[in-house]
Structures are given as structure tokens and as C-alpha cells.
Design a protein around this ligand. Structure first.
Ligand code: MIC
Ligand code: SF4
Length: 654
């Protein structure tokens, strides 16, 4: 199908080619919606329970995608029955409905998916914000809330506001000890955590061929931190080589931009000028060079995550640590990305080098990245090869987390202070493996007769909250006012104590906004609900729809912000919470927590394009908001959420 908004003699970008191939309706015209067919889905366990509860609520018997898989990689600590219950539920519900199941121990969803299942030219929707990792192999891979992923499993197209395509042209080649991680940190330094909102970042230029597929995936992975819809690399000879080494050459197709491809924006990154960088506490865009930050004392080093735990990443770490001992004041933990990576390190002896040097080896999974253990000490400095350093995410509020490359992390673990790895002198060359040990023995296929499978539901699995239709008048207090870049980790934090309750919204809601204001849940319940007021980029970060469902449970009907992060805005709408934007951003300044707001004729207001007046009842003030919703989004808001729309249409069909 030829997309509107693309002139016929205009060259096409990779993103346009894949989107065009999967277009169901809509166009790339700015301001319009784009609905695409989804080939593959992935879920992980912390968002997956909710996604499969929603799949069941939709009445989907067998998934309609080419390939769907449920990973268990986040909730790995089993301090009580809860996580194990969730794993059992996911395993059985997956088996019943046609979904593959990646067992705990197989690895982090994004790393395993890149190795074993991602396909150039395809589309992937995942209930995790770092799903764009698969863009490193040339897929359009997008993160979304569980409900959107459940709908895609049911065969429904996925709809996004048409993104702009930004070309990131890579020139030159990386010097020794400058890494793919430093490239994406450089992009974050320039564009900030809001810089990618509404965009697909497409990497082009002669520098692309100097990067391996896992290096490309490190860059697309942290496109999530730019707020981008997704990021994508070409599929070229290096992609073919990677797929061949994974025993999957048949999955390769060439995918390059046309030489005259048109892009909405164009930035150039000269790889030869990249130096070791670090994102300082508490934001991935607070980037400076390791040299400028200086030799700060380090208490913990954590290596791993979906950003940096490929075979070559960990082999470089092993080469740096071999024959040495981790500094006595540093705790070094390593969480390998996948069973494939860990077993390769075990087979070639590198694992012994890591253990011998004093590294504490964790199982293949997310681990400390999501605060599942290894919380640092009070006021500690932790260097992490991960992608997020939001305050408190590591499990310790007073800790400061720096995001760095595996090379910087390893050399700093030896020195006890932040150290530029270029001090090591000679470059470390790790060859790309010609053959990976490619066994999918920890991936359980679905049942052939799904109807015979009984789904196991432990007592930790609770119903998810449903909203009611939108009221006509809404008069309620501002329950909380927050500033710019509030993260979903602020709204609904995750850590070893809370992750076991991802399928128990009533319990989770008691901790809603706890890093910002622990009085929020009680205040919200006492007031019988109300508004949240936010700044720019409200809800950045994770795809967890719990950051919408917990406020919903506490009676929040609308969030008024200067602007919203893409996935969170979609999750609010899916839950029937109205995302309103200030007409004049300055109005954010004078509003106060406790002010009582009144919106009249709410139903007409969300259906129209006009500014909506909001009265401040207690102060006789007034300001205006906008509610820019597509017709599809209006329908969900009016019905009180997407599940209600689906249920109503099912009643209509019956
Ligand atoms: C994260 O990195 O924040 C997570 C945990 O992977 C989340 C998903 C979740 O909250 O369960 C994400 O990035 O979407
Ligand atoms: Fe897991 Fe961390 Fe990646 Fe999220 S960012 S998927 S928690 S490794």
C-alpha cells in the first residue's frame, strides 16, 4: 500500500518501507494516526500478568500473530509465593492461547529476542519500553502497555500518532574504548530525554557498517530514553553475518534506505570523535565525559541489562578483569543478558576469570536494573551499564547512579574510582563469534490443543480495575502537583518489595507516587479522586500500565500536564483517564495542590477541538486546557477505557 503523505518520486527511509508494508490504515501525515499490522509480540513477567488477564478478558482463544512469546526475566527473586505464582500463571495462560514461553534462566527479553527471534523488516510490539532493542536488527519494534500488546495478540492493528523520521547519520569509526553506549549517551546529551518524542530515529551513513548487531541494539535500546517511538538500523551484510552465526540466515532480508530518502530532521554523529561518557544522577541525559566528571569514589559496579550484556560486552569486561582483583571498596555484580551469553562465557573460561576477580555473578535476567536485589548502600555511588538512573530506581533513595559503558564500568571496578578506560592503553579486540550455541531448549512451545490446558491462578492474581463512562461534570481537587520529566518509576515504583504485586493493583495503589509524596494514596481516597497536575514529558520511562491503573484505582479521572510521554499517554487513554494539556504552560505555576477544579460539559469537550475552560472553584480563577484526541481515542475515553470499548463491541456482535 502506498502511504498518503509520501510523494511517489521521493526516496523512502527504512522506517517508511517497513511501516508501508504493514500499513492497515492512516498515513504518515503529521497529526494523523497510523495503524500497523503486528507480526510479533513479546511480554515480560512484570507487565505480562496484566497483559494476559486483559487477553483473557477480551475473549481471545488463540493469538493471531506470526509469533508471540512471554518472557520471565524481571520478577526473579522468589521471597514469597507471589512471583512464582505469576510465573505459573504466565506459563499456563501462554500455553493455552498459542504463546511461546521463555523460562526463567533463559535471559532478558530484549537480548534473547535479538538473538533468537527478531526479524529484519518485521514489526514487533512488546509490553516493555525497551522493545526497540530489536531495531538493531532492522525491525520496527515498539514498546506499549500490556493492553495494546494483548489487542495485537488478538489480531488488532496497533495505532500510533504518525511519527517523524529523524536521520542520525553516523560517520567515521569508534576509537579504542569508545563504545556504542557512548554513542547513544552522546545523542542523549544533545537531544535530551524529550528529544525523541514523536520520532523514529533511523541510523544511516557509512559509520553503520562499523557496528555489530549487538552494538546497534545498545543504541536502539536507549532510544527509549530519548522518548522516541522507536529506533532502527539498516539490515545489511553485518546483520546477515549475525543471523548466520545464530543459525537463522533464512530470516535475513536486506533493508537499506533509498539513496534519496527524505527525513524530517537530520543529525550527524562523528563516531571518531566519541569519548567515554557517563550519565550522571538522576537522568539519562545528564551526560558528561568520564574525564570531566573526574575520579569520584565508587561503591558499586553493576554490569548487565538489556543495554549492555551481549557476548562481546561481557568478554571485554572479562578481558579487563582477567588476573586482577576488584577493588576492596567496590561490590561488582554481573547479570548476563541470556543463557546463550552465560553458557558461552562458561565454555570459554571467561566466567572463571570474572569469578576469580571477585565479580558476583547473578542469573541471566534484569536483576539490579529494576531494583530486584543489589540495592546500593546509603549515599553510595553505583556505576551501571544500564539505561535508567532515575532517583530511587536502584532501591536506595540516597544512592547516585551513573550510566556508563561496560569498559568504563570494569576498569572503574578495579580502580575503585570512576576511570577512563583509555588508561588501559591497547584496544581490546573481541571477535564476533562465527557460531553461537543456538538452542531454544528453554522456550516452551504452546499446546496444540489449547482448550485442554488449565490456567493456574494463585491468590496473588487479582482482577484489574475497570473505569466507568466519562462523567459530564467533573469537580474535584488537585491531589498532587509535580514538575517536568516525572517518570513512571515516580508514579508507580518497582523494586523487590513491589514487583511481586504487579497483578494486585489494590495493593500496589497504596504505594502510588510514594517516591514523590507518600501521603498521595490516602489523600486521593479521602477526596474520592481528583486531578494530577504535571509538567513536561509526564510519565517518561517504563511502559508499565500500572502507572495508569493505580491512579485509576485511586479515583484519578484526568491528568493535566504541559506534555505527555508517548506510552504513558496511551496507557492513560486505554484506562479511560483523560490526558489534558495546558493551553498556556505557565498556568502550571500558579495552580496549587488542593485547588478544586471544575470542568463542565466534559463529554462535549473531549469530542471537540476547542480549548476547554477549567474553573478553579476555590479561587474564582480560570484557565484553559486542550484535549487533542483522535476519534479512536475519544471513543476509549468516553467509554471509560479500551476494555469497555472491546466489551461493548462484543455485545454488539452477539
Ligand atoms: C523498566 O526498565 O522500567 C521495565 C521494568 O523494564 C519497564 C517495564 C515494567 O515496568 O515492568 C519498561 O521499561 O517498560
Ligand atoms: Fe529489564 Fe532493565 Fe531492560 Fe527494563 S531496562 S527490560 S528492567 S534490563
Amino acid at each position: 500500500m502506498i502511504m498518503e503523505g509520501v510523494r511517489p518520486n521521493m526516496g523512502r527511509s527504512i522506517a517508511q518501507k517497513i511501516l508501508e508494508e504493514h500499513l492497515v490504515n492512516g498515513s504518515m501525515e503529521p497529526g494523523s494516526d497510523l495503524a500497523i499490522r503486528i507480526d510479533q509480540t513479546l511480554t515480560q513477567d512484570s507487565t505480562g500478568t496484566m497483559a494476559y488477564l486483559q487477553l483473557e478478558a477480551m475473549g481471545v482463544e488463540q493469538v493471531q500473530t506470526e509469533f508471540s512469546i512471554a518472557y520471565v526475566d524481571h520478577n526473579m527473586l522468589q521471597q514469597g509465593f507471589e512471583n512464582a505464582d505469576d510465573h505459573k500463571y504466565i506459563q499456563t495462560v501462554a500455553k493455552k492461547h498459542g504463546v511461546h514461553f521463555s523460562r526463567p534462566g533463559n535471559g532478558i527479553c530484549h537480548q534473547v529476542h535479538l538473538e533468537r527471534f527478531a526479524k529484519p523488516g518485521g514489526t514487533l510490539l512488546g509490553s516493555d519500553s525497551h522493545t526497540p532493542t530489536a531495531g538493531g536488527i532492522g525491525m520496527i519494534a515498539i514498546g506499549a502497555g500490556g493492553l495494546d500488546v494483548a489487542a495485537a495478540m488478538g489480531g488488532q492493528p496497533y495505532t500510533i500518532p504518525a511519527p517523524k523520521v529523524t536521520a542520525v547519520e553516523l560517520t567515521g569509526a569508534l576509537p579504542p574504548f569508545a563504545t556504542a553506549k557512548d554513542v547513544i549517551l552522546e545523542v542523549l546529551r544533545r537531544l535530551t530525554v524529550k528529544g525523541g518524542v514523536g520520532r523514529i530515529m533511523e541510523y544511516i551513513g557509512e559509520g553503520v557498517t562499523t557496528l555489530s548487531v549487538p552494538e546497534r541494539a545498545t543504541i536502539t535500546n536507549m532510544g527509549a530514553e530519548l522518548g522516541a517511538t522507536t529506533s532502527v538500523f539498516p539490515s545489511d551484510a553485518r546483520t546477515r553475518q549475525f543471523l548466520q552465526a545464530q543459525g537463522r540466515e533464512a530470516d535475513w532480508v536486506e533493508l537499506l534506505p533509498d539513496s534519496n530518502a527524505q527525513y524530517a530532521e537530520h543529525i550527524v554523529v562523528d563516531l571518531s570523535s566519541i569519548e567515554p561518557l557517563a550519565a550522571q544522577p538522576h537522568s539519562p541525559d545528564a551526560v558528561d565525559s568520564v574525564g570531566n566528571i573526574g575520579a569520584i569514589q565508587v561503591d558499586q559496579v553493576a554490569i548487565g541489562s538489556c543495554t549492555n550484556s551481549s557476548y562481546q560486552d561481557l568478554m571485554r569486561v572479562a578481558a579487563i578483569l582477567k588476573g586482577k582483583t576488584v577493588h576492596p571498596d567496590v561490590s561488582l555484580v554481573i547479570s548476563p543478558g541470556s543463557k546463550q551469553v552465560l553458557s558461552m562465557l562458561a565454555a570459554n573460561g571467561a566466567l572463571a576469570d570474572l569469578i576469580q576477580a571477585g565479580a558476583r555473578i547473578l542469573e541471566a535476567g534484569c536483576g539490579p536494573c529494576i531494583g530486584m536485589g543489589q540495592a546500593p548502600a546509603t549515599n553510595a555511588i553505583s556505576l551501571r551499564t544500564f539505561n535508567r538512573n532515575f532517583k530511587g530506581r536502584c532501591g536506595t533513595d540516597s544512592a547516585g547512579v551513573y550510566l556508563v559503558s561496560p569498559e568504563t564500568a570494569a576498569v572503574s571496578a578495579l580502580e575503585g574510582v570512576l576511570t577512563d578506560p583509555r588508561h588501559l592503553g591497547a584496544a581490546i579486540e573481541i571477535a564476533e563469534p562465527e557460531q553461537f550455541p543456538a538452542q531454544d531448549n528453554l522456550v516452551v512451545p504452546p499446546a496444540t490443543a489449547g482448550e485442554e490446558v488449565a490456567v493456574v491462578r494463585g491468590p496473588n492474581i487479582k482482577e484489574f480495575p475497570l473505569n466507568t463512562a466519562l462523567p459530564q461534570h467533573w469537580e474535584a481537587p488537585i491531589l498532587l502537583k509535580v514538575g517536568d520529566n516525572v517518570t513512571t518509576d515516580d508514579i508507580m515504583p518497582s523494586n523487590a518489595k513491589l514487583l511481586p504485586f504487579r497483578s494486585n493493583i489494590p495493593y500496589l495503589a497504596e504505594f502510588c507516587f510514594s517516591p514523590v509524596d507518600s501521603g498521595f494514596p490516602a489523600r486521593a481516597q479521602q477526596a474520592g479522586g481528583g486531578f494530577i497536575v504535571g509538567g513536561d514529558n509526564y510519565g517518561q520511562g517504563s511502559s508499565r500500565e500500572h502507572a495508569a491503573l493505580a491512579p485509576l484505582y485511586l479515583g484519578v479521572k484526568a491528568v493535566i500536564a504541559k506534555s505527555f510521554a508517548r506510552i504513558h499517554r496511551a496507557n492513560l487513554i486505554n484506562s479511560g483517564i483523560v490526558p489534558l494539556e495546558f493551553e498556556q504552560p505557565d498556568d502550571h505555576e500558579w495552580l496549587k495542590e488542593g485547588d478544586v477544579l471544575l470542568v463542565e460539559s466534559l463529554v462535549e469537550a473531549v469530542q471537540g477541538d476547542e480549548p476547554i475552560p477549567v474553573k478553579v472553584v476555590n479561587r474564582e480563577g480560570q484557565f484553559a486546557v486542550r484535549c487533542a484526541l483522535s476519534p479512536r481515542e475519544q471513543e476509549m475515553i468516553l467509554a471509560g477505557g479500551r476494555i469497555n470499548v472491546i466489551r461493548q463491541s462484543q455485545k454488539g456482535d452477539a
